[in-house]
Write a protein of this length. Sequence first.
Length: 88
Amino acid sequence: MQKVLILAGAAMISVALLSGSASAQGTTDKIEGTGKELKGSVKETVGKATGDSKLELEGKVDKVEGGAQNAVGDLKNTAGDIKDKLTK
């Protein structure tokens, strides 16, 4: 499943970069952020199930980092959209 997500993410990044869009980097951040959130959710769930509080905490940290990276991606996309509208 992880390989499928990686391939899907790579395809989305390629499309964004080839489009020449100013928001391509924002898309990349959002994809990477979502991946971190997903990884964090898995770690947190496994940590809870096994009683591994360290793994559970690492999962929570990954989820927060992923959410922050998603927010940065949103900001970059918005900035790119504004730039596109101003240059038309």
